[in-house]
Design a binder for this molecule. Structure first.
Ligand code: HSE
Length: 404
């Protein structure tokens, strides 16, 4: 029998407990051994919930119990999650976490610690909720050199952009609706500013290349500046605006960013709408592979955590090697990244055409039917060239990268 404990009985933690109970038999058959929930740690009490039988308020009880071999960390936040996870690993307990902030900040250190104790530190649920992506990157795609990762990595922003596109609504109206439906947090900053997606692409890219990509080094642009007009122009161009976390191998370096992009129906992620997430991975041998599913939610995310618990159960005292060194990944400077840009400038088209061509070179005008602005798509240029031309023009309302 393998004894498991859960730190944090919130949405995901209670989902883990539910899956361990509901799917007890199938899990036991697949692992070849019974998994028993020994403790659940939470500061709160849950009167009437069966979890009361295993509920503890003191982390030391779990840390000091040699019978506990696997610990699930679903507390979220960096502290004390980091200290608790570190203590568990130091004592040879394997840890499975859904905490992307923890993984993005301390991934290499915790992996190294797990390795030194013949234990495991697994984090399938930290990216893409219930979508299997971490294990496939580590195993199924291991023979390949990863050329590109492109992901719709945040359900909240995908929901907002989908609704703005389908119903012609503005950002603030849809955000409010998303908050009412529980799809967006009361403080939506981490989602709408792209910080959540940034940590996720940092984790995926670090795993793909085996070196640390600090999320602070990734250029990150959210969706708060996307307006009804941007969406309408996108439709005119036969496309949709999505927000991607992406990274691409360029020579010996990697370019990474989080930003909205205009894509057309040819793009494999075009039809990923609503709260769904999807990740497109390009391997140099396997070609394009897509992963699609629920990027959040109690049972979807908990299912990914339990898959890690089962993996740990099959690797007791055996470290599953994960290549992710603390050495920093070599990033392409943002100003050298290349893209086409959709750009809107204020003022009537006839006032802008000449100076836009002088600054950007040849562009494709887009007629949105508005007399008070001029919109166009550039050729593929560098970010640096875009910034320089935008400064020269001086009256840019918005720009969106184009992948079509
Ligand atoms: N807030 C995240 C999302 C949840 O909207 O996708 C999972 O990280």
């Amino acid at each position: 029998m393998i004894k498991v404990s859960v730190l944090g009985y919130g949405t995901v933690g209670s989902g883990v407990v539910e899956i361990l109970r509901e799917n007890h038999d199938i899990i036991q058959k697949r692992v070849g051994e019974e998994l028993q929930l020994k403790y659940v740690l939470d500061l709160r009490d849950f009167p009437g919930d069966p979890v009361e039988q295993v509920l503890v308020h003191d982390f030391q009880i779990i840390a000091d119990d040699p019978e506990v071999q696997i610990v699930v960390e679903t507390m979220g936040g960096l502290h004390p999650a980091y200290e608790f996870v570190k203590t568990c690993l130091e004592r040879g307990k394997s840890v499975c976490t859904s905490n992307k902030a923890l993984v993005a900040a301390y991934g290499p250190e915790l992996l190294e610690l797990a390795k030194s104790r013949n234990a495991n530190f697994l984090f399938e649920a930290s990216v893409g909720g219930g979508i299997p992506i971490i294990r496939p990157l580590k195993t199924s795609l291991a023979p390949d050199e990863i050329q590109e990762i492109s992901g719709i990595l945040n359900g909240t922003t995908n929901y907002i952009l989908t609704k703005m596109t389908e119903e012609g609504l503005d950002f603030d109206t849809v955000l409010k609706d998303a908050q009412e439906k529980g799809y967006a947090e009361k403080d939506p900053t981490a989602d709408v500013e792209g910080y959540d997606a940034c940590r996720k692409i940092a984790i995926l890219t670090s795993l793909a290349y085996g070196k640390q990509l600090d999320f602070e080094d990734i250029y990150t642009e959210g969706i708060t500046k996307i307006t009804k007009r941007d969406i309408a122009y996108g439709k005119k161009l036969g496309g949709k605006i999505k927000i991607f976390g992406s990274s691409r191998k360029i020579g010996d370096k990697v370019s990474a960013m989080v930003a909205p992009a205009l894509i057309d129906a040819q793009h494999p992620l075009y039809s990923v709408d609503g709260v769904f997430n999807a990740i497109l991975v390009k391997g140099n041998m396997v070609g394009d592979v897509m992963f699609y599913g629920q990027g959040a939610g109690k049972l979807a995310t908990a299912s990914a955590v339990v898959s890690d618990v089962m993996d740990c159960s099959k690797h007791v005292n055996v470290n599953i090697n994960t290549l992710w060194d603390a050495e920093k990944l070599d990033l392409v400077p943002m100003e050298d990244a290349r893209s086409k840009f959709f750009v809107r400038v204020s003022g009537a088209p006839e006032e802008n055409r000449e100076k836009v061509t002088a600054a950007f070179g040849s562009v494709q005008p887009v007629d949105g039917g508005y007399g008070d602005e001029y919109a166009f798509v550039t050729e593929e240029i560098t970010e640096g060239a875009y910034e320089k031309a935008a400064r020269e023009v001086g009256n840019v309302i918005n720009k969106i990268r184009v992948q079509m």
